[in-house]
Design a protein around this ligand. Sequence first.
Ligand code: SAM
Length: 284
Amino acid sequence: MNYRHAFHAGNHADVLKHLVLTRVLAHLALKDKPFRALDAFAGLGVYDLDADEARRTGEWLEGWGRLSAPFDPAVEAVLAPYRAAVAAVQARAGSERIYPGSPALIREALRPGDRGVFVELHPADAEVLRGHFARDRRVKVMQLDGWTAVNAQMPPQERRGLVLIDPPYEVPGEVGRLGTALARAVAKWPTGIFLAWYPIKDMAAIDRMAADLGAGLDRPALRLDLLIDRPDDPTRLNGSGLIVVNPPWRLEAEMLAVLPALAGRLARGGFGGFRCDPLGAPPT
Ligand code: SAM
């Protein structure tokens, strides 16, 4: 377990993932019924952009750092929950040099009856995570294997909510594993909203996973890709994507409004691109 998210917090991949996460959370909060959010690969929870790790890579400057100038109003309307959650976490910390991880974004969306379950395998990181949420009774932090949690904790008692699957991709074949684990979890909780993140290095492997998953999935799903480089070099991170199973009904239109703007703003060498494709069964 060598992956450290502190080097990458706030990069283009976090922007896509956290934008979609906060939109889905906003959707869940529209109804009066409680929801549960399971973050199966949670990380540290909160990141300091002035810390040595973030300074060394400077990745956030090409992600969150490029969002400081506003977009046009239609794009800003989609970004609003993301910007509001980041601002709330920064206000809580008393610093604009803080960038939230997914657990902190989830916490901002929880109402009194909602629950956040944050799973992190790395013992030291799980301890830091626990420290951030120790006084919040809506939150449970578990030091556990995220793949096990995604399988064992389905369905949650609330029967409403989301699962974020955001593994570090340190071992070969993890893209395939994502598809298999996702299909199994959806079979156990067919009405849950699942967000499964993947890095875009080898596009052929992503296409295979998406095709296999789509062929067997009897729930609606979206594939959302954000490319910041031409996907022609499998040795570098050309972008990232999310499979969203049971997407809120407006998510596709929202993403079609925001992804072209993000691709333009975050493009690295003049090339930016995106995909927003249905996968699996049509919406019911
Ligand atoms: N979701 C976080 C966010 O958006 O802020 C970032 C998570 S980071 C990409 C992946 C995390 O998974 C790392 O903190 C790593 O220590 C942890 N991890 C690695 N293997 C794991 C496993 N088998 N189960 C749970 N966590 C794991």
